[in-house]
Design a protein around this ligand. Structure first.
Ligand SMILES: C[C@H](O)[C@@H](O)CC(=O)C(=O)O
Ligand code: MG
Length: 443
């Protein structure tokens, strides 16, 4: 049973200097410091449980998101957790429809990232109070209750609540067996960690060799800045992994539409399964044009890590603009909005392959995709969840990867809690890591 009134909300700016090693770098984000606006919710329930929520950011943006979290705090403080989750759709709407804050959204940008951080903390707290990992809380939840968490506004033209109910009802069939399958074998993953754009060829070779030894069979390589470099790097990685293993490419929005088509026709010989974010994430019709042009080359289009909200996903699906849909646990408005996108993807029969390149994203999104398999999609065809091998040591409940698959978390909650020691060290600008780095920069 949920209990307690939210008595405190705090938010901290936590940054990791990943840019120093080129980790996480791509054609548009050349110096990413993996960071998080880290929210902690406390209650008066006296059970010692807290809710932890993050949203992923890159360095400087974090302080802006933290401000937005503080601006949203009054919606959460002094609220009864039972009232929040009892009408979660209403609460989601209260946050996303704040009469003043929605002007700097709505449901997009900084204010939506902040909403995700707050709501991720609420879901963590809820799951902890129920004593279940988040995926299991969702799997066991009555379908009507689950649907009551979703705001269907703006998507009823493609998915009504009744249709969604039908999907969830169908998903009940074989659910126990799929849960057993997940617990035994886990959810298939791919790795992006070998081939960030800032890595040298030697680093790429070494990491790729290690990944192959560890049993990875699916790899993503960053492309988009320089065609000759891309050709060299893609050849290198394809030669190393061989013709049978899966290769994906990610351009992180670098190209115009015609440029994307032309560039990919030059990389087609390396047989990528998909090109990810070939152009602006807002250009739905542009994605549709690219998708259509790449069909004869056997290359799909993947996108989603910077899709603002369910409305953009709806239109991408309507326009047949993507072949692989990439949800993000912190870009959308938390679990609530991700549920609506999983259900739309099911309706359109488009495989979901979540984005996880960032700090904490692997920890969070594994819950969503495991739930999706057990209760919604019931399929692993063309599906895999991204994995990046960075910063897990800072989390209290880090992901477990076995045989290149995510093993379902067993601890209660949303795996969002960071180690206090790590937070203290990496808090910006006063944590010891940043004090040293900033002092060195100033000398
Ligand atoms: C800046 C991030 O590392 C980004 O490159 C992640 C990404 O695009 C992915 O993981 O996919
Ligand atoms: Mg990407």
């Amino acid at each position: 049973m949920v209990r307690g009134r939210i008595s405190r909300l705090s938010v901290r700016d936590v940054r990791f200097p990943t840019s120093l090693g080129g980790h996480g770098s791509d054609a548009m984000h050349t110096d990413p410091d993996y960071s998080a606006a880290y929210v902690v919710l406390e209650t008066d329930a006296e059970d010692g449980l807290k809710g932890y929520g993050i949203t992923f950011t890159l360095g400087k943006g974090t302080e802006v998101v933290a401000c937005a979290v503080n601006a949203l705090a009054h919606h959460v403080l002094n609220k009864d957790l039972g009232d929040i989750v009892g009408d979660f759709r209403g609460f989601y709407r209260q946050l996303t429809s704040d009469g003043q804050l929605r002007w700097i959204g709505p449901e997009k940008g900084v204010v939506h990232l902040a909403t995700a951080a707050v709501l991720n903390a609420v879901w963590d707290l809820w799951a902890k109070q129920e004593g279940k990992p988040l995926w299991k809380l969702l799997v066991d939840m009555d379908p009507r209750m689950l649907l009551s968490c979703i705001d269907f506004r703006y998507i009823t033209d493609v998915l009504t609540e009744e249709e969604a109910y039908g999907i969830l009802q169908k998903g009940q069939i074989g659910k126990k067996e799929r849960e057993r399958q997940m617990l035994m074998h886990g959810y298939p993953a791919y790795t992006t960690s070998c081939a960030w754009l800032g890595y040298s060829d030697d680093t790429l070779k070494q990491l790729c060799t290690e990944a192959l030894q560890d049993g990875w069979t699916r790899f993503k390589v960053k492309v988009g800045a320089d065609l000759q470099d891309d050709i060299r790097r893609c050849r290198l990685i394809r030669n190393m992994i061989g013709p049978e293993k899966t290769l994906m490419m990610d351009a992180n929005q670098r190209w115009d539409v015609p440029e994307a088509i032309e560039w990919m026709s030059k990389l087609a010989e390396f047989k990528p399964l998909w090109i990810e974010e070939p152009t602006s994430p807002d250009d739905i019709l542009g994605h549709a044009t690219i998708s259509k042009a790449l069909v004869p080359l056997g290359i799909g289009v993947a996108t989603g890590e910077q899709c603002h909200n369910r409305v953009i996903f709806k239109q991408l699906l309507q326009a047949k603009a993507l072949q692989f849909l990439q949800i993000d646990s912190c870009r959308l408005g938390s679990v609530n909005e991700n549920l609506s996108v999983l259900l739309m993807a099911k309706k359109f029969e488009i495989p979901v392959c979540p984005h996880a390149g960032g700090v904490g994203l692997c920890e969070l999104v594994q819950h969503l995709i495991i739930f999706d398999f057990i209760s919604v999609s019931a399929s692993l065809k063309n599906r895999m969840c991204e994995y990046v091998d960075h910063l897990h040591e800072h989390f209290r409940y880090p992901v477990t990867i076995k045989k290149a698959s995510y093993m379902p978390p067993k601890d209660a909650g949303y795996s969002t809690e960071m180690k206090e020691e790590s937070v203290k060290k990496h808090q910006y600008p006063d944590g010891e890591v940043w004090k040293k780095l900033l002092a060195a920069q100033n000398n």
